[in-house]
Write a protein that binds this ligand. Structure first.
Ligand SMILES: NC(=O)c1ccc[n+]([C@@H]2O[C@H](COP(=O)([O-])OP(=O)(O)OC[C@H]3O[C@@H](n4cnc5c(N)ncnc54)[C@H](OP(=O)(O)O)[C@@H]3O)[C@@H](O)[C@H]2O)c1
Length: 170
């Protein structure tokens, strides 16, 4: 796959699905922007990708906060001037039963999994709409869908843990 000239922002690139996506896209010649909070892990991944001939820019940013997202997009605007793909893979899950859950944990999840994802999408749209092209890929969990269908306690717990699909569909 030759994606030369395409700028791809991957959030949650320091681990898991985001990191795997970055490694897969490394050889595509796209300009990868790797975002998360763990600076050292992002740097290491960027070096690994560049050592194999790819292009990767690590950007340390908290995607649960508008300021962090704004900063990441400012880096993209200043460095490349455009964005072709946003992969929203930053996410977190707190695995409590609903009856034992803490509201601060629910807020942390909502701030990242839903509001951060939507705000990053909004910033991406502002770059993509004028250029009349772009893709936004939101990584979430099928467990969110199961939570909507099931009405028992387990179902409601899953919805709480995976607010992205339910929130976006809502
Ligand atoms: N793994 C699975 O089997 C699976 C299945 C279905 C769906 N999912 C969903 O896919 C998404 C990613 O899962 P994963 O398994 O890749 O998770 P993971 O390995 O825990 O990775 C989460 C990523 O999000 C980043 N992150 C967390 N808080 C952040 C913040 N405030 N700002 C910026 N980045 C932040 C983490 O980096 P830092 O800590 O460095 O910031 C990390 O890179 C989640 O939404 C998850 O629910 C996962």
């Amino acid at each position: 796959m030759d994606l030369q000239g395409q700028v791809i922002l991957i959030t949650g690139a320091s681990s898991g699905i985001g990191m795997a996506a970055a490694r897969l896209l490394g050889p595509s010649k796209a300009d990868l922007v790797l975002a998360a909070r763990s600076e050292g892990r992002l740097r290491q991944l960027a070096q690994e990708i560049e050592a194999r001939g790819g292009s990767a820019l690590p950007v340390t940013a908290d995607f649960a906060r508008e300021e962090g997202i704004d900063r990441a997009f400012e880096v993209i605007r200043c460095t490349y001037g455009h964005l072709d793909v946003l992969v929203n893979s930053a996410g977190l899950g707190v695995y409590d039963l609903v009856r034992d859950g803490k509201t601060q944990d629910w807020r942390r999840m909502m701030d990242l999994n839903l509001f951060g994802l939507m705000y990053a999408g909004q910033q991406a749209l502002r770059l993509m709409l004028p250029q009349k092209r772009g893709h936004i890929i939101n990584v979430s969990s099928v467990a969110g869908g199961l939570g909507r269908v099931r009405g028992d306690e387990v179902g409601r717990e899953w919805l709480q843990r995976h607010p992205t699909p339910g929130g976006l569909q809502g």
